[in-house]
Design a protein around this ligand. Sequence first.
Ligand code: NAP
Length: 282
Amino acid sequence: MTARILDGKALAAQVKQEVRARVATVKARGVTPGLAVVLVGDDPASAVYVRSKTKDARECGIEAFDHKLPADVSQATLLALVAKLGADPAVHGILVQLPLPRHLDADQVIEAIPPHKDVDGLHPESLGRVAQGRPRFVACTPQGCMRLLALAGVELAGASAVVIGRSVLVGKPASYLLTSASATVTLCHSKTKDLPAVIAAADVVVAAIGKPEFVRGAWIKPGAVVIDVGINRMPDGKLIGDVEYAAAAERASAITPVPGGVGPMTRACLLENTVLAAESAS
Ligand code: NAP
């Protein structure tokens, strides 16, 4: 079997088209969706992410407000900016780019974002709502995974789904979303025993570990759908996922590539959350 490649780039382009139309509708009501992006310090990878997020937003007609703060900014100054953005009616969504420099308390900063502007979906209220099965803002990466599973056409009700990684950013919300979709979910992490055997029983595998090609192709059940969240930059500059792609693609029925799978969908889902925030405010 050779897997169908789930083209995240093409799906993201479609989502962006839908967002553009929704933005136009909101604008016709006199509201311009606004996204504030806060970058602390000069980490090159974070700067690239922020640039692409603001570029995407502007391409969809969303106003993007860039806020760059020095690496040594105080917690109080950062919190004051978040409070100001929280009170600004032109700002519908607030995103604070993570990771923050070590002297800052990221949890406190994220909790300072008003939940109705939490377009990154990282506020405890957002995750709690996802856990309860009544989401408002779903974190962009797990939402992107769900959209790719929908593209694969996989029947999630009753399927056995294995999520590897239990981060608040990806693994946990992915497990809640799959549970809400009536999959039977196993959430794995570094203490999981006999991971290959757990994965071998899965109809759906979501890998969010951060270790290049950690999930071997031979572990994949023939016909399973594989969503590879991992982004690992190799010394030669190449990006590779958490799944041994070539071997897994021989067994899976569908698989996401890296790059070009979950990454573009993560970016697209941020735009969806931002227009949703503006729709709710207008
Ligand atoms: P993270 O916070 O570092 O979490 C990694 C998870 O993997 C942890 O739960 C950890 O378990 C688990 N893990 C580590 N070693 C393991 C092992 N040997 N066996 C089983 N589980 C193991 O990472 P993250 O933020 O979720 O990100 C995961 C990956 O996705 C990274 O490559 C990241 O770059 C990528 N990512 C991609 C996007 C995108 O847009 N495509 C977005 C976000 C993240 P413990 O909890 O036990 O330590």
